[in-house]
Design a protein around this ligand. Structure first.
Ligand code: NAD
Ligand code: DAU
Length: 337
């Protein structure tokens, strides 16, 4: 079996490949990534010694390059991780979110359809549902009410995916997961940013009053869900992937500080995110019932191993601060980093 993995050098892509490449020797993983500020080839270098993986640098919107690769490689399946993923960035400038997440996905769908791909797994997000009032939890039939430009670009991509299934029978499966954490997550995201700043005794910026609620899933639990859906997910279906446990941002930051043995006086409440969704909440009964998947890593255990990873990989954190990223944060974030 040969699979195209887009966005391979990002957070979830890297963790997916580290998990799957050594375990699935009968699968060939063809990695494709533009290597934006969020993607790092060095994440994958140790894996490239294996016979069942290869890397090509390229853009999701590069129709010619992708067509040439598809013509040569005879893929069975595609997993589309590639995306612009940071909500705050999408609120500053969303052009690239539209290009990559919407247009890029459509181009990939069209080529996948032209080459009769047997499974197209779209990696989507709980953000497409928008905020959910307590105590409700949404299943896959819920309406999409995305709020921010990132969420809107992902919801658009989901709908285009479904249109390729409905119109051309392309076997598309969509997975919508909640907020992932773990190793290799780019420093702009809350958990790695808080760990990095606490390690350096810098204040921890909490947006608004910290009461916004997210479900946090360890990336390895999500990867097991993705692998189940790659094998068994039904064409045209959507699967939520979540823990069923919401936690507020302020409670999460307190847990991080406790595990890092740092004082709560480091917490600083700062200006809120524009249009900050109050609460995301899904139920994952479908994937649980149909395929017996469940999350296995509890938050405190997952946070401990994540903190340990960042502490042991400080050089990796420093690698996030490229000239491009430094310029971006200088222009847009002031002293937050
Ligand atoms: P990430 O930002 O860490 O990685 C994204 C990767 O995509 C990077 O390697 C980047 O170089 C690549 N990329 C970006 N634009 C590209 C383009 N035009 N062409 C080719 N490659 C491009 O993101 P992540 O957290 O690993 O997210 C992966 C996927 O999972 C995304 O589709 C995201 O929407 C989805 N998702 C993420 C989470 C989460 O909590 N991290 C939750 C639900 C869904
Ligand atoms: O829920 C899934 C989504 O999770 C994915 O689709 C996105 O790609 C991924 O980036 C993530 O989005 P979030 O906006 O939830 O992640 P982020 O880490 O940016 O923020 C998490 C919460 O923490 C959010 O409520 C905003 C808040 N926050 C974030 C930062 C960076 C802070 O309070 N302070 C911060 O400095």
């Amino acid at each position: 079996m040969k699979i195209l993995i887009t966005g391979a050098a990002g957070f979830i892509g890297t963790n997916f490949l580290k998990y799957a490449v050594p375990r699935y020797k009968d699968i060939f993983f063809y990695c494709y990534d533009k290597l934006t500020y969020a993607g790092r080839l060095s994440n994958l270098v140790p894996l490239l010694v294996n016979d069942n993986i290869k890397f090509t640098k390229g853009d999701l919107t590069d129709c010619d390059l992708l067509t040439a690769i598809f013509s040569k490689e005879n893929f069975d399946a595609v997993i589309n991780f590639a995306a612009e993923t940071h909500v705050d960035k999408s609120l500053i400038c969303c052009d690239q979110f539209i290009k990559t997440n919407i247009l890029g996905t459509q181009i990939l769908l069209q080529i996948s359809n032209d080459f009769n791909i047997k499974k197209f797994l779209q990696i989507s997000t709980d953000e497409v549902y928008g905020p959910v009032d307590y105590p409700h939890r949404l299943n896959e039939a819920a309406c999409l009410k995305p709020s921010n430009p990132y969420a809107i670009s992902k919801a658009s991509a989901d709908l285009i995916c479904l249109s390729y299934f409905r119109s051309y029978n392309l076997p598309v499966v969509i997975t919508r997961s909640c907020n992932n954490y773990g190793p290799y997550q780019f420093i702009e995201k809350q958990i790695p940013l808080m760990i990095y700043r606490a390690m350096n005794n810098k204040y921890l910026p909490v947006y608004g009053n910290g009461s916004n609620i997210r479900e946090r899933i360890h990336v390895e639990d999500n990867i097991r869900a993705i692998l189940v859906l790659l094998e068994k997910g039904k064409a045209g279906e959507i699967y939520n992937v979540s823990t069923g446990i919401g936690i507020s941002n302020i409670d999460l930051v307190r847990i991080l500080l406790k595990r890092l043995n740092k004082p709560e006086s480091l917490i600083r409440f700062v200006k809120d995110r524009i249009n900050h969704d109050k609460r995301y909440a899904m139920n994952s009964n479908k994937i649980k019932k149909e395929f017996n998947w469940k999350p296995e890593i509890d938050l405190e255990e997952g946070i401990d191993t994540t903190i340990e990873w960042y502490m042991n990989n400080y050089e990796w954190i420093k690698g996030c601060f490229t000239e491009e990223f430094n310029l971006f944060i200088e222009t847009n974030y002031g002293e937050l980093f």
